[in-house]
Structures are given as C-alpha cells and as structure tokens.
Design a protein around this ligand. Sequence first.
Ligand SMILES: [Zn+2]
Length: 481
Amino acid sequence: MANQSTATRPMRLQTLITSQSLALLGDAAVLFAWMTAAVLCDRGSGLAGAHRAWANVFSLVAGPVGWTLHLAPRLWEWIKSLRNTEPDSAGYERTAHGIMAAALERGASDIHIEAKEGGYAVRFRQVGLLREHMKVHRRAGEMLVSVFKVFAELNTAEKNQLQDGRFRWTDPKSGHVLDVRVSTSPALSGEKMALRLLNRPASLLNLNKIGLGPAACEAIRRHLRQPEGLVLVAGPTGSGKTSTSYALLQEVSVPSVNTVTIEDPVEYALPNATQIGINPKMGVTFESSLRTVLRQDPNIIFVGEMRDPESFKIGVRAAMSGHLVISTMHARDTVGALTTLRNLGIDPQVLGAAVRLLISQRLVRELCPACRVWSPPDQDTVEFFSHPSCRVALPDRVASPSPTGCAKCEQGFVGRVGVFEIMRIDSRIRTWVVNGGAEDELRQSLAAGGFVDLRSDTCEKLAAGQIWIDDAVRALGMHEG
Ligand SMILES: [Zn+2]
C-alpha cells in the first residue's frame, strides 16, 4: 500500500498544477475582459464609435472564455472523481479470492478469464460445461489477470508470451487447500488465462452422482466390500475415468484402512489417504511409486493410470496379495480391456483370479429436464437402436436440446452424465480369459446372460430423454461395438 501511494502522488500533483495554471489563465482573461470593458468602452477613452463597438464585442467574448477556462479544469476533476470508482489493487485481490471461493463451492474444475465483448468474462467449468460466472469491464479484467499472475509468481509485465505457473490457495471458510495451475496465452482481443483447480474435495463425487443406476451402484458396492482384487475403469481419454475411480474410493477409504493414491497430478483431495503426485523428471513414476507404496502396508491403492505392462504386473501382484487395487486404463470397453490384459503376458490363471470388476464408460452431455424438446425418433435414433447389441426397444419419442436453453441450463444442457457397462468377473469370464477365446464369442455369451453394455445403457438414457442422440453417436459411434 505504501508503494502505491508514493507511486500515484507525483501524477496527482502534476494534474493539480495544470488545472491551477489553467484557472489562473482563465482569471487573467476575465480580468482583462473587464478592464477592456471599463477602459475602452468609456466615451472618454477617445475611441471612435466603430472601434468602441468592436471593444464591446471583444469584452463580451473574452468574459465567457475566461470563465470557461476558470471552471473547465475544476469540472473535469469533478467528472474524473465520479468516473474513478475502480477499486484499488487490494479490491482486485479481494475479487480474485471471491472467484476462487465461488469456484470451490460450485465444484468447478477450471476458471477461464478472457476478453469478451468489450470487457472480460470469468467462466467456470462445472461438470464439463463452461458457464459464465461474472463479467467485468476491460480494466478490471486486466487487473484480475495481473493479480492471479502475482499469485503464481508470473511476470505481470509480459503479455505476449505463454506463461505457466502454480499457486496454492486456502479457503478461509473450510481451510481446504487447492492446488492451482495457471497458464496464460496472448490472444488478439487480450490476454487469456486458464486456472486448473487440483486437489478439489473428493466429496464432490459419489457413486449416486455420476450417472449410475441404482442397480449398478448396488452391484459395485457389493464388490467393493471384498478387500482385495483389481478393479479397473476403462475408457478413452476424457471419459471420466478418474471421477469414477474417486467415487469408488469414497466408498472404501475410511480412517481404519490405509489408502494410498498415485496420480499425475493429484486431482482430488481424499481424506484419510496418502496422496502421491508422480514426477517422471525426478524419477517418481507410476511404476516406482507403486513398488515403494507396496512396502508401506497399504490396504487400498489407487493408481491414476496403468499404461505400461510393468505397472499392470505389479498391480496384479498387489491385488493377489491382499490389496484392493483401483486403477484406470485405456480401452474401448470391458471386453476390449480384458483382451489388452490378456495380451500383457501375465499368467491367465493369475489374471483371471486378480481382476474382480471392470467398468467402462463415456461422458455424455445431460439434457436440461426443464426445457428439452420431445419429438418422434429420427433416422439416426432408429439406426442407433437397431444395433445388434442394443437391448432396449425404440421409444415413441426422444428428447433434444432446446435451441435457446433456459435460466436453469447452458444452451439446453445441465452437465454431463456417464454411460456405463459394469462387468463382474465370474467363472464364465474367467474361463474365457484362461482359454483365450475370441472377443465376439464373449460378447455373445454376455448378451445372452443379460449383460447391459455401453450401447444398451446409452439407449436406456436416450429413451428416458436424459441424453441427446447426436451426443450418443459421438460417444459410441453408429455401428461400432
Ligand atoms: Zn433448460
């Protein structure tokens, strides 16, 4: 604050001198006009009639000009004082803390600050959708970007380079500490800043909130009661695997068990757990962390992602020696995940015994129940439901987003919901793993047993008007699977 007042003082002084000199000039003009009027207009001054008339006109003009010069600077100062309602830098800092608190409260994963329509927009990514939190005028937007740059120890003067940094933010209300990754990029309209919020409270996630039906929730809970085995969540990048894993962890991580998570980066804060962020540059990899963690008597281990065969092998070994191992992997669906696992060179007998549960999923936008539009199924919907693995009847009507949306949604959508398939590894699947049958053979056998696959779950959500056919096709493809 001290620095700020000394920085602004010389400028104010300068302004004052300018207005004072202008006012003096104005006073002089008024005085001069009066003197001319008094002296020149006097009949005794000896001026001829015509000249006296000109002197009259001059004094009439010089008077108002003088008064204008006298008053204008004061008027300008007054107008400036009215316009100058911007908060000081402490005010912007308060706004920045307010934005962080609101983002935490709403469970936002990212904050975007960018120039938009003459000002700046602050938007939150909540359940996958960007929603506007507030709009500020241009100057305030630039100041907010600067405040966050200071938080992350970035160069505030540099506006034309990409910058990356991070800071920790503690919520004054709950004491929760967020890990914030900041990146800025120059854009044509002004600087754009994105803040990624990590270490969010895992309490935001639970099985009932991620789009699983009651029966699926119950099946998962039943399987998690057994304290060992490998539980894998499979899907492509961005399919919500981490959120689902945390919903699973929330079910099992209690103070009486030792839970360890190994992630890149730590996305959610889990009470009662030891959380390790991997750092390959420092030699802290998934594999090395997993080896170390196993020596520390854990009950439950969550590994952010299993990529290399070595991680899978250690994971399987841990699952076979009394640990519950939860992890994610890249695979199209549960059958595809089993095939990947089988091709790793792990003993099929061991693999069949270690894997307990496989979950595969996609994230699809959820339609706003308040404004969705119902209509008879179109050609795409008919085709989607006619897929051989779909076990849901074509409904009379399906829903699509309202083109305008309403006050309760963002262009017709309220967030994202998962579509799932949940595979419990039973003796039939174990036999398939051990004997090495074809994928189609397993799929047919599963379908005959009433297995709800990704497509069927998607069709159920389409029939319920919860999701839109365009998103379903985007997530699963028209004919795949
Ligand atoms: Zn709506």
